[in-house]
Design a protein around this ligand. Structure first.
Ligand code: F6P
Length: 322
């Protein structure tokens, strides 16, 4: 292996830059050339591929977003476009690729190996923490802390006005952010896509809490939760109780900002290990961290097995809220 490519792909996540820095500098230390592929798979298709040097990575470890840019490339779902992308890589003599991204990005990576024998090793970069085989993904800790500091502020105003707030956090199909944030902010109720909480149950709990003297409450809901998004939930509560619940959708604020120490550390470890795995001849694997140890996890497992939201966290936050 002489020359590798690196891309950031899918939704950006704080810590992607730290991971990129680790990839480039590890590769240089091992005597490899590194080429950066801009805008995810779109850049692979459009030939937005350029050499990267160790010094290009200066002062990015603390920055959110990704200096390589990223994208969600729908063309890459089609084999004919993947063939074009593979040609671009081969024309540049790129022998292997590190892909920093989430499940969709890894599915593209699997196809590159299956169809064109281009080895790809992944580093899990997504705030959703929804990849099997790793305790955490790059960006998750920062996103949780960003949501938490916003909810702490909402608590102040909720408390001053004796109000009920419904705060929607990200997590398209998963409740990892919601369950962590719910426990950490002392939420009165947590809705996630995987847990069967009903509006009726939530309403009963809020009313019971009011009887016990609780004046303000916070419900944390994942954007993919079952009974409907935050506004639907507020409307259902209003219809049942007359309570005018305020809604706050935190949205993309959770994707930005300077990564936490924890995200910078896992990003650095995973990025460096991804390069070493490529050198060893590995492909079709993601570098995960379990119980603080790095390990290679087949893409197929990482993307297809369900990583369950911690029910224990939701149970504990329910227990402690009343
Ligand atoms: O996968 C990360 C994520 O932030 C999800 O939590 C969210 O549903 C989605 O991306 C939003 O994607 P986009 O920024 O493309 O709208």
């Amino acid at each position: 292996m002489k020359r590798i490519g690196v891309l950031t792909s899918g939704g950006d996540a704080p810590g992607m830059n730290a991971c990129l820095r680790a990839v480039v500098r590890t590769a240089k230390a091992r005597g490899l050339e590194v080429w950066g592929i801009e805008k995810g798979y779109t850049g692979m298709l459009e030939d937005l591929i350029r050499p990267l040097e160790a010094r290009d990575m200066a002062n990015i470890i603390q920055r959110g977003g990704t200096v390589l840019k990223t994208g969600r490339c729908l063309e890459f779902l089609k084999p004919e476009y993947r063939a074009q992308a593979a040609e671009k890589l081969k024309a540049k003599n790129i022998d292997g690729v590190v892909c920093i991204g989430g499940d969709g990005s890894f599915r593209g990576a699997m196809a590159l190996w299956r169809e064109h024998q281009i080895p790809v090793v992944g580093a899990p970069g997504t705030i959703d923490n929804d990849l099997f085989g790793t305790d955490v993904t790059i960006g998750f800790d920062t996103a949780v802390n960003t949501a938490l500091s916003a909810i702490d502020k909402i608590r102040d105003t909720a408390d001053s006005h004796d109000r009920l707030f419904i705060v929607e956090v990200m997590g398209r199909n998963s409740g990892h952010i919601a369950s962590y944030v719910g426990l950490a902010c002392g939420a009165e109720e947590v809705f996630t896509p995987e847990i069967n909480t009903t509006v009726d149950k939530a309403v009963d709990k809020i009313l019971e809490a009011q009887k016990k003297g609780k004046k303000s409450s916070i419900i944390v809901t994942a954007e993919g939760q079952k009974p409907g998004r935050a506004y639907d939930l507020a409307e259902a509560i209003r219809k049942k109780t007359g309570i005018d619940a305020k809604v706050c959708i935190l949205g993309h604020i959770q994707r930005g900002g300077s990564p936490t120490a924890s995200d910078r550390i896992i990003a650095s470890r995973m990025g460096s290990a991804a390069v070493d795995a490529l050198i060893k001849g590995e492909h079709d694997v993601m570098i995960g961290i379990e119980k603080n140890d790095l390990r290679s996890v087949p893409f197929e497992l990482a993307t297809q097995r369900d990583k369950k939201t911690s029910l224990d966290f939701v149970k504990l936050s329910n227990l402690l809220a009343f």
